[in-house]
Design a protein around this ligand. Structure first.
Ligand code: GLC
Length: 747
C-alpha cells in the first residue's frame, strides 16, 4: 500500500512561526520515548465513557505521567484534580511538557444545555454559539482545555442513538452549526481568554451512516454522499480554525477510520491543510484488531500512525508498541514527528507552555460553574429549541388562570432525564422538571399524577434502559384525574439515557406502555397536550392523528422545565424547526428531505411500477424544516431579480413574509435550490440559506437572499467543487415542503 507522504501543512490553517521555532527546539531535545508519550492519552480515574480502560491501573498511569509517557488525560475534571496530574507532568518530568486535558463537553459542562439535536432545531446560530461559549467557560474554569466536540456526523437514521449529539440530516445547516459551536468553544482561536478551549470535530468520518443504525458498525458510503453530505461540516470546521479531530469507530468502505490515510492524510491534513492533531476514539486503534484489519497491536499501531492518527485515546497501543517500531525501523520516525509536532502546536496555542496552570483557578471555578448567567443562557437556548408540531382547538398557549391542569408521566417529574446522556460533569437530578416549571405558574390548579412507571429502575449512563411494558398501576388514578381536568399535559418519550452512544433502537415508537397510556387518557379527555422528551425522531403516528397539541421538547438540559412551561403558557412563542425528518415508520429509514428524484418518482401512469411502498406512504410524518408557531405566517411574492446570471455574478431573491396571526413570532425562512440537470444527479432540494425573522401581528417584511454560484455548486466524484450551468429552481418557505418556487438559469 503506498504510504502517503507527511507533508508540511499548507496555507489554509496559518502557522505561528514563533511557535514552530519553539517546537523545533523542544523536539530536538525529546527522546523517542518522550515523543511517543505525547501520543498517549489516558482516561482519568473517575468516570469511564467507554469499555473498561486498558491503559493500566491508576498507579501505573501516575507512574507513566512521571516518566513523561503521557501527553493527555481525559475525564479528569475540577481544578484540584487537574492540578494534581498537571503538577506531575510539569514539575516532575525531564522536560516539563504540560498535559492537555480533554472532556466530553457536548451540550454543557455542569450547567447543561439542550442536547445538540435540540439546539439545532433552533436554527439560531448566535444562540448556539453562546451555548457552546457557556459550556466552554464552565469547562475551562474546571481545568479542562479541550472538548471532544462538536460532533458533526450527518445522519438520516433515527435508529442510531447518537443522532441526539449532532445537528441532524442536512450538511448546510450542519456546517453552519459546526462553525457556530467551534466559535463558541475556541473564540477567535487566539486563546487569550482562559475560558476558551480547543474543539474536536467528531467523528471523522461517516459515523452517522452506520449500517442499520447499529453502533460501532460498518459505513459504506459512495463519493457523492461522502463529499456532499458527510464531509462539508468537517471542512467548514477546519476553515474555522479547528484544533483537533477525532476519528470514528466505523469502517469507511472497509477501512477503519483510525487507519484511513485517504481521510486523514489526503483529505484532512493535505488537501484541507489541517494543522491540528487527530485523536482516536476510545480504544478505536486497538479495535482494529477485532475488526480483522490489524493482525495484532503492533500492526494496529503502525497502520494508525502512518494513516495520520496522532494520539491514542485509552487504547494502550501507541505507548507499548510505537517506540520499538520506530527503533526497529518498522515505522518511519517522520510519522511520530508529525504527530508530536501537531500535539505540541495545540498545547502552545492554548498557552499551556506559557502557563500550565492558567486554567486552574479555584476562585474562578466557584464563580463561573453553575452561575445564574449560565443558567439563563441555557434557558434561552432551551426555549428556542422547542418545536411546535401541532396545535388544534387552540389548546395552546394554556390560559394563565382559572384552568384545572393535569400533568401526567414519569418524565414530567424527572429531574435527571432532561439532562440527556452526555452530561458526565452534571450532578444527578439537577434539571428543573416540567412539574417544577409548571408550578411557577400559580394562578391555575395544577395536579400531577405519574401514571404507569416509565422504566423498571432509574436509568444510568452505563446501563441499558429497561422500559416498563407490564405494570399498569397508576393508570386508573391518572384516568380518574383526567376526567376532571380542563387540559391534560402528558410528558412522554424516551429517557435521557435512551439515546446517545450505544443506544440504537429497531423501533422508534413511544417505548413501554406510553402509547397505551396516551390513548387511555385521550379516551376520557381529548384535551391533551403531548410534550415529547426524546433524543431522536419518533414514529408517533397515532398521536399525530389524534392528539390536538404536540410539542417537541427533546432533552432540554438543566432549565428544561422552565423552558417547557414558558412555551406552554405562551411566554415564549415556539420558533423551532425540525433538523431531522420524522418518518412514519422505521421501515422508511434512511429518510431525508434532500432525496433524489429517481427514474420513477411518481405514479404518473397510474401503474405500480414506480418508487413507492405497497404498505405505507412514502412521505414523512413531519418533514425537515417543519415547525409551527402560536401565530401564522404567510409567504408571497417570491421573486428573483434575474432570470439568468453568469458564474461570478449574483442574483437577489426576495419573498414577502407576513405575520397573519395574533402573536408576535419568529419564523425561520428557508431557501432551497434544485439543480435540474447536472453531471451528477442532484437532490430534489437542498437547503442553501435561512434567516430568522421576527414579526409583530399584521407586520410584513421583504426577506432577501443573495444567490451566488457557491450556493449552486456541488462536489463531483473526484471531490472537486464544481458549478455547472443549467436551469435551477429555488423554493422559499417555512419548511422543506414549501410550494413557493421560482426558476432561473445559470449561464
Ligand atoms: C466515546 C465516544 C466519543 C467520546 C469518547 C470519550 O466512546 O465515541 O464521542 O468523545 O469516547 O469519552
Amino acid at each position: 500500500m503506498s504510504i502517503l507522504t507527511v507533508t508540511a501543512v499548507n496555507a489554509q490553517q496559518k502557522l505561528n512561526p514563533e511557535i514552530e521555532k519553539k517546537i523545533d527546539i523542544l523536539m530536538s531535545k525529546m527522546t523517542v520515548e518522550e515523543k511517543v508519550g505525547q501520543m498517549n492519552q489516558y482516561n482519568g480515574f473517575w468516570d469511564v465513557t467507554g469499555p473498561a480502560p486498558v491503559g493500566g491501573t491508576a498507579e501505573q498511569k501516575y507512574e507513566n505521567i512521571k516518566k513523561a509517557l503521557v501527553g493527555s488525560m481525559l475525564t479528569v475534571r475540577g481544578v484540584k484534580e487537574v492540578k494534581a496530574v498537571q503538577k506531575i507532568a510539569v514539575e516532575q518530568t525531564r522536560l516539563g511538557i504540560p498535559l492537555i486535558i480533554g472532556f466530553d463537553v457536548i451540550h454543557g459542562y455542569k450547567t447543561i444545555s439542550p442536547i445538540p439535536l435540540a439546539e439545532a432545531a433552533s436554527w439560531d446560530l448566535e444562540a448556539i454559539e453562546k451555548s457552546a461559549s457557556t459550556a466552554a467557560s464552565e469547562a475551562a474554569a474546571s481545568g479542562i482545555n479541550w472538548t471532544f466536540g462538536p460532533m458533526m456526523d450527518i445522519s438520516r437514521d433515527a435508529r442510531w442513538g447518537r443522532v441526539m449529539e449532532g445537528a441532524g440530516e442536512d450538511p448546510f445547516l450542519g456546517s453552519k452549526i459546526a462553525v457556530a459551536r467551534i466559535k463558541g468553544f475556541q473564540g477567535d482561536n487566539s486563546f487569550q481568554s482562559p475560558l476558551k478551549i480547543a474543539a474536536s470535530a467528531k467523528h471523522f468520518a461517516g459515523y452517522g451512516f452506520v449500517v442499520a443504525g447499529l453502533e460501532y458498525n460498518v459505513a459504506e458510503i459512495g463519493q457523492n454522499t461522502l463529499y456532499n453530505q458527510v464531509l462539508p461540516p468537517f471542512k467548514a470546521a477546519v476553515d474555522q480554525g479547528l484544533k483537533t479531530v477525532m476519528t470514528s469507530f466505523n469502517t469507511l468502505n472497509g477501512i477503519p477510520a483510525s487507519a484511513d490515510q485517504y481521510l486523514l492524510r489526503e483529505i484532512l491534513k493535505n488537501k484541507w491543510g489541517f494543522s491540528g492533531f487527530v485523536i482516536s476514539d476510545w480504544a478505536s486503534i486497538r479495535e482494529m484488531i477485532p475488526w480483522g484489519f490489524s493482525k495484532d497491536e503492533s500492526a494496529a499501531a503502525k497502520s494508525a500512525v502512518e494513516a495520520g492518527t496522532d494520539m491514542d485515546m485509552e487504547g494502550g497501543i501507541y505507548l507499548p508498541y510505537l517506540i520499538d517500531l520506530v527503533k526497529q525501523g518498522k515505522v518511519d520516525q517522520k510519522y511520530v514527528d508529525d504527530a508530536v509536532r501537531r500535539i505540541l502546536r495545540v498545547k502552545y496555542e492554548l498557552g499551556l507552555f506559557d502557563d500550565p496552570y492558567r486554567f486552574l483557578d479555584e476562585k474562578r471555578e466557584k464563580e463561573i460553574v453553575g452561575s445564574k448567567a449560565n443558567n439563563d443562557a441555557v434557558l434561552g437556548m432551551a426555549k428556542k429549541s422547542i418545536v411546535l408540531l401541532k396545535n388544534e382547538k387552540n389548546l395552546l398557549p394554556l390560559k394563565k388562570s382559572g384552568q384545572k391542569i393535569l400533568l401526567l408521566g414519569s418524565l414530567a417529574s424527572s429531574k435527571n432525564s432532561p439532562l440527556g446522556s452526555w452530561r458526565i460533569a452534571a450532578d444527578n437530578n439537577t434539571a428543573v422538571s416540567v412539574l417544577e416549571g409548571m408550578k411557577s405558574y400559580k394562578n391555575n390548579t395544577l395536579n400531577f399524577v405519574e401514571g404507569p412507571k416509565l422504566t423498571h429502575e432509574e436509568p444510568t449512563f452505563l446501563a441499558e434502559v429497561h422500559y416498563n411494558t407490564t405494570d399498569k398501576s397508576g393508570l386508573e388514578e391518572a384516568k380518574n384525574a383526567a376526567k376532571n381536568a380542563d387540559v391534560v399535559v402528558m410528558v412522554l418519550g424516551e429517557h435521557g439515557f435512551s439515546s446517545g452512544e450505544a443506544r440504537s433502537r429497531t423501533n422508534i415508537d413511544l417505548p413501554g406502555l406510553q402509547e397505551e397510556f396516551l390513548k387511555e387518557i385521550y379516551s376520557v379527555n381529548p384535551n391533551v397536550v403531548l410534550v415529547l422528551n426524546n433524543g431522536r425522531p419518533l414514529t408517533i403516528n397515532w398521536a399525530s392523528e389524534n392528539i390536538p397539541a404536540i410539542v417537541e421538547a427533546w432533552h432540554l438540559g438543566t432549565q428544561a422545565g422552565n423552558a417547557v412551561a414558558q412555551v406552554l403558557y405562551g411566554d415564549y412563542n415556539p420558533s423551532g424547526k425540525l433538523p431531522m425528518t420524522f418518518p412514519r415508520n422505521v421501515g422508511q429509514i434512511p429518510m431525508y428531505y434532500n432525496d433524489y428524484a429517481t427514474g420513477r418518482f411518481t405514479d404518473k401512469d397510474g401503474n405500480v411500477f414506480w418508487s413507492h411502498y405497497s404498505d405505507a406512504e412514502k412521505t414523512p410524518l413531519y418533514p425537515f424544516g417543519f415547525g409551527l408557531s402560536y401565530t401564522t405566517f404567510e409567504y408571497s411574492d417570491l421573486k428573483i431579480n434575474k432570470k439568468s446570471f453568469a458564474k461570478g455574478e449574483s442574483a437577489k431573491v426576495s419573498v414577502t413574509l407576513k405575520n397573519t396571526g395574533k402573536y408576535e413570532g419568529k419564523e425561520v425562512v428557508q431557501l432551497y435550490i434544485h439543480d435540474e440537470f447536472a453531471s451528477v444527479v442532484r437532490p430534489v432540494k437542498e437547503l442553501k440559506a435561512f434567516q430568522l425573522i421576527t414579526l409583530k401581528p399584521g407586520e410584513s417584511k421583504s426577506v432577501e437572499f443573495n444567490l451566488t454560484e457557491m450556493e449552486l455548486g456541488f462536489y463531483n466524484n473526484n471531490g472537486d467543487f464544481v458549478v455547472e450551468p443549467g436551469s435551477f429552481k429555488i423554493m422559499v418557505g417555512g419548511s422543506s415542503e414549501t410550494e413557493l418556487t421560482e426558476e432561473f438559469e445559470l449561464l
